[in-house]
Design a protein around this ligand. Structure first.
Ligand code: ATP
Ligand code: MG
Length: 163
């Protein structure tokens, strides 16, 4: 659950889709089982674009990410399991049970990337990284990353060391 003040905040400007993708790749190389990344931002903000980079960085076969499906949770097998979820169509915590996401997060064998976390903030564990993307021009985005807890802070420092 999201609580109070973040332990670390960084803001980055992403001038192009390619920059967002590269940043995702870097995060994908760093993720460990148990990590949870919530993604927030309007339609077209770039959440899925970032996650595709993460999947590449985590060595998920391209064919897995490309496969079209209407599930809420997409499990990918990379160097670790990745759980890519999109809560856009859910409205409350009870909806989450049937998706299996809560079990996956609790088991902690993989890393979770959850789009539209603001729909159900309670989906997040106590410690997590919250990433917010905002439009900043046609091809530019502003990314704000807020770490809640020690491991998310270490992850954020490694991901965006200079920011
Ligand atoms: N700097 C940028 N970073 C990411 N995407 C960008 C950027 N500039 C332009 N885009 C474009 O914005 C779109 C982002 O779409 P994407 O599906 O990632 O958004 P989303 O946040 O997942 O939206 P939704 O809530 O509908 O799932 C893509 O078409 C991408 O090419
Ligand atoms: Mg999306």
């Amino acid at each position: 659950m999201s609580t109070g003040t973040p332990t670390r905040v960084k803001t980055l400007r992403l001038a192009s889709p390619e920059e967002t993708h590269s940043l995702g790749v870097r995060l994908g190389k760093l993720l460990q089982p148990g990590d949870f990344v919530g993604l927030i931002g309007d339609l077209g903000a770039g959440k899925t674009h970032l996650v595709r980079g993460v999947a590449e960085g985590a060595e998920v076969p391209r064919s897995e990410v490309a496969s079209p499906t209407f599930a809420i949770v997409y499990p990918y097998s990379g160097r670790i399991p990745l759980y890519h979820a999109d809560l856009y169509r859910l409205t409350n915590y009870d909806d989450l049970y049937s998706t299996g996401l809560l079990d996956m997060v609790e088991t902690g064998d993989g890393a979770s990337l959850v789009e539209w976390l603001d729909r159900i903030p309670e989906a997040a564990p106590r410690e997590f990284l919250r990433v917010t993307l905002r439009h900043a021009g046609a091809d530019a985005r502003e990314l704000t990353a807020e770490a809640f807890g020690a491991r998310p802070t270490a992850l954020l420092e490694a991901w965006a060391p200079g920011a």
